[in-house]
Write a new protein. Structure first.
Length: 120
């Protein structure tokens, strides 16, 4: 039985409500992209790119994000080092709550491969 083809990931630039918003550089600078999908087991397949001008525009999101924030008011998000939600991970609170953003993405800085939203 053949493997199912990878589903396209819904992205926005600039980021919109509900996205996990990634920036190419630290401190929310450079190109950005917002990933809308709640469960993305591999940000490399299919490829997601930074858009919107600035440093990093046109670069792949996978292992290139320097900062970001969770723009979802209802769910938390985990950004994982490895595909298929492999740890270590950075956990971000709901938008507007303490801990909803990171100027460096901590343990997954430039090593972000998957993401999952979860109830919190």
């Amino acid at each position: 039985m053949a493997a199912a083809p990878a589903q396209a990931t819904t992205t926005h630039s600039p980021c919109t409500w509900g996205d996990m918003c990634y920036y190419f550089a630290s401190n929310y600078s450079g190109a950005q992209t917002g990933v809308w999908d709640y469960n993305v087991p591999d940000l490399a397949s299919p490829a997601v790119y930074f858009r919107g001008g600035g440093s990093g525009s046109g670069q792949r999101l996978w292992n290139n994000a320097g900062s970001g924030y969770n723009a979802d008011e209802y769910n938390c998000v985990a950004v994982y080092f490895n595909q298929n939600y492999g740890t270590p991970a950075l956990y971000l609170a709901r938008y507007g709550q303490s801990g909803f953003s990171s100027t460096t993405l901590g343990v997954v800085n430039n090593d972000n491969r998957s993401q999952r939203n979860y109830s919190c």
